[in-house]
Ligand binder design. Structure first.
Ligand SMILES: *[C@@H]1O[C@H](CO)[C@@H](O)[C@H](O)[C@H]1NC(C)=O
Length: 228
């Protein structure tokens, strides 16, 4: 009796674990890039240049976030695999340039990268280990070259205003995929271009059309692209 019963229990436990494992998986990534000018003029008191100096006037990476098709997302998936900067020592020069922190107090970036890995990166570690996660994200940034796409369409970070459609069309023209645009407000209440979301397949290699767009982040009818 005991053995039949424990076999049944084992099966139930295994089935439960299998469901847990599947639910740890994810459907696609959001690649999120931010315009530093809009980060910094929205609330000057919460923008601090990194210890390595003012970043270039270019989009910076915010993160690569595993997401589900229903719009929800996993987070903090593996506390046993915390961020370890020595695993990405060969990427640090590029990280400082392309994934700069603007949070206060000033830092060289580890706090930001560590947050991104612990919260988001650990949820795709079945596909990308720490080194691949950061390397892949850096290469996706190069691949999308947002600023170039916008400039090619005459959309420049000089404080001018553009329509949401103009901005989306320029990025679609440049990358081949429809972005989702998040706006914030400058200190005078103008809607401005803050973050650009593009979607990436679970391998981290290919852009895809987004299965679902985030909520919120409403943009006004005219969107400022501030200087930095
Ligand atoms: C961090 O990574 C390095 C290089 O892979 C490794 O030697 C070291 O043991 C790791 N540190 C921790 C705390 O896991």
């Amino acid at each position: 009796m005991k053995s039949k019963f424990s076999v049944l229990i084992n099966l139930l436990v295994l089935q439960y674990l299998a469901v847990l494992c599947v639910s740890q998986d994810f459907d696609f990534f959001y690649l999120v890039q931010q315009w530093p000018g809009s980060y910094c003029d929205s609330d000057k008191s919460s923008c601090c240049y990194p210890t390595t100096g003012k970043p270039a006037a270019d989009f910076g990476i915010h993160g690569l976030w595993p997401n589900y098709n229903d719009g929800s997302y996993p987070q903090n998936c593996d506390p046993d695999n915390p961020f370890n900067e020595s695993e990405i020592s060969d990427l640090l020069t590029s990280m400082k340039k392309n994934w700069p922190t603007l949070a206060c107090p000033s830092s060289s970036g580890e706090t930001f990268w560590s947050h991104e890995w612990d919260k988001h990166g650990t949820c795709s570690e079945s596909v990308l280990d720490q080194h691949s996660y950061f390397e892949t994200t850096l290469s996706l940034k190069q691949q999308t070259s947002l600023l170039q796409s916008l400039k090619s369409a005459g959309i420049n970070p000089d404080g001018s205003f553009y329509s949401l459609e103009e901005i989306k069309d320029a990025i679609k023209q440049g990358t081949g995929y429809t972005p989702w645009i998040e706006c914030n407000e400058d200190s005078s209440g103008n809607s401005q271009l803050y973050q650009v979301y593009l979607c990436v397949d679970t391998s981290g290699s290919n852009l895809i059309e987004c299965p679902v767009f985030p909520k919120g982040g409403k943009c006004g009818s005219q969107i400022e692209f501030p200087t930095f």
